[in-house]
Design a protein around this ligand. Sequence first.
Ligand code: ADP
Ligand code: ZN
Length: 221
Amino acid sequence: MRIILLGPPGAGKGTQAISLAEEFNLPHISTGDLLRQNVKKSTQLGLRAQDFMNKGLLVPDELVTDMLAQRFKDPDIKNGFILDGFPRNIHQAKTLDNILKEANTGIDAVIYLDTSEKVIIQRLSGRLVCKNCGQNFHKTNMPPKADNLCDKCGGQLYQRQDDKEATIMARLEVYRKEVSTLIEYYEEKQKLYRILADEEAGIVLNRMLQLLKERRDSLKV
Ligand code: ADP
Ligand code: ZN
């Protein structure tokens, strides 16, 4: 099963992707996480990407698509993947199609997490992320059991650089500019499924599982 999660920053893509990946025993591939790992290690890519990320802008396509193509060479993706944060524009969508075509495969479904602006801002401004495993928490909506420690792995939680109000607005603007073209692209291919995503994570996850169950045969779940 090859699934893309699409939606604004704060839609819960990361949280839901981790849950789906566990449920179906598939790798969770997040371009945001991969980029942050590169920044942390100060790789060439990380050094080039850092500024764009801190400003809430997209990292240039070529850097991100090369990074993803590299990740797709790992053997763990042979049964599928949950892709989160990619594609972000039509050029990336077409590059992804080409990468998958070369491997004689394609995307099964694109799940669009439909989220209101009010919820997005509330979620992002209170978000805490585990330094170690990337799990998301929220200061009030999903607080960790122990202060500033990850429930799953005990890692330290931190607030992302780009979760400050001014940067949140920039990210939303970038998102809005590109999303309608992407939605049309996948609608035309009849791959797009909309899920209402303002509610808490458990409810949204159940909606996705329900959808995937109903479509089990066509989605090769
Ligand atoms: P969010 O979806 O909440 O903005 P991500 O972790 O997916 O968070 O992305 C964080 C930042 O990483 C983005 O603002 C952007 O700078 C960069 N990034 C992630 N994925 C891509 C991508 N596919 N193309 C370009 N830049 C990306
Ligand atoms: Zn953790």
